[in-house]
Design a protein around this ligand. Structure first.
Ligand SMILES: [Zn+2]
Length: 646
């Protein structure tokens, strides 16, 4: 593993500093995006500091810790656990994933094997569970056995290969999964298989660069989604220039301009998952070969999500897989692939810029959309996760969304802590522990004790192997107006500011304790666009929803006609219905046609955490949409501006 670790450090050390200052193109969106971010230039992770610090292991750019050094508890750990035990380990991998690979009789289609290999490899390493390791080995060995002489691994009949859907994408993810198996486990056969398959793709595609892909008219980047990231990962492992050249010169991803196209129509140009996958590929290429064009689409989509109503209150984006700005939250909201890729993309941005905003956005997505996309018992997964109206489970274990879901869960341990400036950044709060190496080879153990997101208290026990000076970055969520941080009982210097990383740069001794008090403010958040005049209840990072099944009195009632009294909120009260140790609220509610506010409210209703599978509504009508108790979503631009003023 030693050379794996070195690689991870090196991969980050080669990262370019942000191109933001140099690439201030004059679009409105970019200017606003710059304003939003430049505040951080004065604080941790800003560009000025990144530039001064230069690319090194003490860079102000956060970096991933080596895999396997974080143990996760709390709700994040529980979700990992149920995904492994109730989903991954009960799949019929031979029947659903491997049989069609052995038969190779399909004319088109998608299975998701490469994604499953990636998730299994990560979860095997994280858990160390022999059953997961065995599954991973089985998937890889059986996959490699089917590799044909020309390098092909896939499901399709020879005459349909490469050009029918979704062969290039499927092969790309198999390349990626096998490459990750090599990265995490050093399996040489996996790398060899990945190379042969990648070479097969490159030889065929580059010999017919204008060949149409698929029998439906969609953009090439959608038909081939994932291929660039697979080739870049293979380049990282092999240093072979041809994989880089494929992405740079053949796919020409710097030239992809990433317009935001709304709605699903025409050639499906506004496909959110594809767009975010392209952005990630661009940011990864930019680390290797900086080019201002490679950050343009990332700026455009961040602006769209935060300033253009592209992101909904659950953190989810997209309707029917495509960009949307109506704030409608019905059946086709939030494809799980887009959720997963938003998390991956935010992780890229966090490692690029060290801006706590990206952690705030991750947290919103993870606790709401991601966990809402899974049944409470862990077994069933969703393709879409609506907040308005009924939600449905996806009927298969194969295909894109279930496999990307497993990948999102598998990266959670990497998102909690980052290495930064020779110290550690705490990005996500959950019971957990980490053992990492400090500059100079000393060891650091850090233990996070908390029942977050139930309670507001987080205790960090800092144990360096000997007294050492290093910075500890703590993400102070934007939703928390009155944070308080103490070190060994003394107030932190500087004090914590919402929506920033607090940097504690000092000499640490074994036994030091940092206590964060992050009061979980309850708040009614104002709806926008199609939700204007309505409000949604949030507490800390979590959204609450109304489950009609808990209330027989709501049978036949249109939930959009209920009127909530924001002043009547009671709670939080313990509620295990959605997760062990969960929380709920109660509120007084007028029925349709009530003479509010003078009439007595007819109902007292319970609001449960958003992942409640029977949740049917999250935005509610209120008597006065201008009520001063209703607040703007703190992640949107107005709040971001105050963040930059601190
Ligand atoms: Zn999907």
């Amino acid at each position: 593993m030693a050379n794996r670790r070195e690689f991870l450090v090196a991969a980050v050390a080669t990262s370019g500093v942000s191109k933001l200052a140099e690439s201030k193109q004059a679009t409105d969106g970019e200017a606003r995006w710059a304003a939003l971010n430049m505040g951080n230039a004065r604080g941790p992770g800003g560009y000025a500091e990144a530039r001064r610090g230069g690319p090194s292991s003490t860079s102000a750019q956060p970096a991933h810790l080596p895999p396997g050094c974080v143990k996760v508890g709390g709700e994040l750990g529980r979700r990992i656990d149920i995904t492994v035990n109730k989903n991954l380990l009960v799949l019929n991998a031979d029947q659903d994933f491997l049989k069609p690979l052995r038969e190779r009789t399909m004319k088109s289609g998608y299975v998701g094997l490469g994604k499953l290999i990636d998730a299994s490899a990560r979860l095997a390493l994280y858990t160390g569970d022999e059953r997961v390791v065995t599954l991973k080995r089985h998937l890889v060995a059986e996959t490699l056995k089917t590799q044909e002489k020309d390098g092909y691994i896939g499901y399709l009949l020879p005459e349909h290969r490469v050009w029918d859907l979704w062969d290039i994408s499927e092969m790309g993810y198999i390349v990626y999964g096998l490459t990750m198996d090599y990265r995490l486990y050093g399996e040489a056969a996996s790398l060899e298989g990945a190379r042969k398959l990648a070479d097969y793709i490159i030889a065929r595609w580059t010999s017919q660069p204008d060949h149409a892909i698929g029998d439906i008219n969609i953009p090439t980047q959608m038909a081939a989604v994932g291929i660039e990231n697979a080739m870049l990962a293979l380049h990282e492992e092999t240093k072979d220039a041809k994989y880089l050249a494929f992405v740079r010169d053949f796919r020409k991803i710097a030239g992809w301009d990433g317009r935001i196209v709304l709605g699903r129509w025409g050639r499906i140009e506004g496909h959110a998952y594809t767009y975010l996958a392209q952005c990630i590929g661009q940011l990864r290429l930019d680390r290797l070969e900086p080019d201002p064009r490679l950050v343009g689409p990332t700026h455009a989509v961040l602006d769209f999500l935060l300033n253009g109503n592209g992101m909904t209150i659950t953190g989810a984006c997209g309707d029917h897989e495509c960009w949307h700005n109506t704030q409608e939250g019905t059946i086709h909201l939030g494809e799980t692939c887009a959720t997963t890729y938003a998390i991956f993309w935010l992780d890229e941005l966090m490692r690029r810029e060290g801006n706590s905003l990206y952690g705030d956005l991750m947290e919103r997505l993870i606790f709401n959309t991601l966990f809402g996309a899974q049944s409470p018992d862990g077994r069933r997964l969703r393709y879409y996760t609506a907040f308005d109206g009924p939600r449905h489970y996806f009927e298969m274990d194969t295909y894109c969304c279930p496999n990307n879901y497993r990948r999102a869960i598998a990266v959670l341990p990497d998102l909690i802590y980052y290495r930064v400036q020779g110290g550690l950044a705490v990005n996500l709060y959950t019971a957990s522990s980490v053992e990492a190496e400090l500059e100079g080879g000393d060891a650091l153990k850090l233990r996070q004790e908390t029942d977050y997101p139930n309670g507001s208290q987080v205790t960090l026990r800092v144990d360096p192997s000997r007294s050492a000076r290093f910075p500890l970055w703590l993400r102070i969520p934007a939703w928390c107006p009155n944070p308080n941080v103490t070190i060994n009982g003394q107030p932190s210097e500087p004090p914590a500011t919402p929506g920033r990383f607090l940097v504690l740069d000092r000499a640490w001794e074994a036994g030091d304790q940092v206590k964060l008090d992050l009061p979980m403010t309850d708040r009614w958040v104002k709806g926008r666009q199609g939700q204007a005049g309505r409000a949604a209840l949030m507490r800390g990072p979590q959204l609450y929803c109304l489950n009609r099944a808990l209330h027989p009195e709501l049978k036949g009632v249109d939930l959009r006609l209920l009127v909530f009294d924001p002043a009547s909120l009671e709670g939080p009260i313990p509620d295990d219905s959605v997760r062990p140790g969960g929380m709920a609220f109660r509120a007084k509610v007028w029925g349709p046609e009530a003479w509010y506010p003078h009439e007595k409210p007819a109902f007292t209703l319970t609001l449960t955490e958003f992942p409640d599978p029977s949740g049917e509504a999250a935005y509610f009508k209120v008597p006065n949409p201008q009520d001063s108790r209703l607040v703007a979503d703190e992640l949107l631009t107005p709040a971001a501006k105050t963040r930059s003023a601190s």
